[in-house]
Write a protein that binds this ligand. Structure first.
Ligand code: PSU
Length: 308
């Protein structure tokens, strides 16, 4: 047992002890990334997809001074109904304080990676990672997710970085931080709602087995940091680039006009884009999360077959 403030769901605890596959999930996407009740439905569906693929889901959140590794059905429901201004958006900088203050905290990609690693979980599925915001040369707004990928050994499956970001700069920073950025099944990096970004991926892999082998080799070599798997959204669910780009531009202009900054930027833009696309962006977002959960489960299964 650990003396860390970790609260394991019994099935997650059993799976980890027996070396069975487990996939971590974040909670900021629930509280700050999607509206209720679609967020709750998504959170349930994603857990079911993982179970269907032969792994155990572990949704991670901070509640009453403890890091929960796997949520009960009622905790998930409570979290999904918590207004975004009442749940802390927890990244590396806030995790300790969120715990000591007893507040409810929704973990971002960065904080979920930290918690997954503490719990012994090596794979994590999300929608899209944070990255370098447009105009970062003036605002310095760069998500802590990137730094985390550079230092915490968890394989993160996402549909790329969110297309609201400056994607070329995001990939440059990841390269600087020594993070393998792996496009899954295509040469091009995907761009969240769209399969295409116009940017060739530094690495391409076509099987979960190769991705698991990469993580194992990094660990044998003593290389710090994780891997980012950029998994394209299924064709049927994508919003093509020429359709979503003008919408993103509009949302960005609105954020600038309203002076939205720091942690509020990403949730604000996602909400604006949801409204401007009449909900289509949310449907795509949910579809890509489920798709990422499927691939993350396959990777977790491969990792369990050949543990380090
Ligand atoms: N994926 C989604 N929706 C989200 C997120 C991921 O489909 O809302 C969240 C993740 O928690 C990620 C965060 O860490 O957005 C990025 O926020 P920021 O840009 O402020 O670092």
């Amino acid at each position: 047992m650990t003396d860390l403030p970790l609260e394991f769901a019994p099935e997650v605890f059993a799976a980890l002890n027996e070396g069975r596959p487990v996939v971590a999930l974040e909670s900021t996407i629930i509280t700050h990334g999607m509206p209720y009740p679609q967020n709750l439905q998504m959170a349930r569906d994603v857990e079911n997809v993982i179970r269907g693929a032969g792994a155990i889901p572990a949704t991670i959140a901070v509640m009453a001074g403890r890091i929960h590794i796997g949520l009960t059905a009622s905790s998930l429901e409570t979290l999904a109904q918590t207004p975004s201004d009442q749940a802390m958006k927890v990244s590396r900088a806030d995790l300790a304080i969120c715990l000591t203050s007893g507040r409810t905290g929704a973990t971002t990609v960065a904080a979920t990676m930290i918690c997954a690693h503490l719990a012994g979980i090596r794979v994590f599925a999300t929608g899209g990672i944070g990255g370098v915001h447009r105009g970062a040369e003036l605002s310095f707004d760069i998500s802590a997710d990137l730094q985390e990928l550079g230092q915490t050994p968890v394989t993160v499956v996402a549909a790329g970085a969110k297309a609201i970001l400056d994607l070329p700069k995001t990939w440059e920073v990841l390269e600087t931080l020594g993070v393998p950025v792996i496009a899954y099944g295509q040469d091009e990096l995907p761009a969240f709602w769209s399969r295409s970004s116009g940017i060739t991926a530094p690495l391409r892999m076509d099987s979960a087995r190769e991705i698991a082998a990469g993580a194992n080799m990094r660990s044998r070599l003593g290389l710090a940091g994780g891997q980012l798997v950029a998994n394209p959204i299924p064709e049927a669910d994508e919003i093509p680039r020429d359709e979503i780009m003008p919408v993103i531009e509009k949302a960005l202009a609105e954020a600038a006009a309203q002076g939205i900054a720091a942690k509020a930027v990403t949730p604000f833009l996602l909400q604006q884009i949801f409204e401007l696309t009449d909900g289509k962006s949310l449907k795509s977002n949910i579809a890509l999360v489920l798709n990422n959960a499927r691939l993350a489960s396959e990777i977790a299964v491969e990792m369990a077959k050949a543990p380090i």
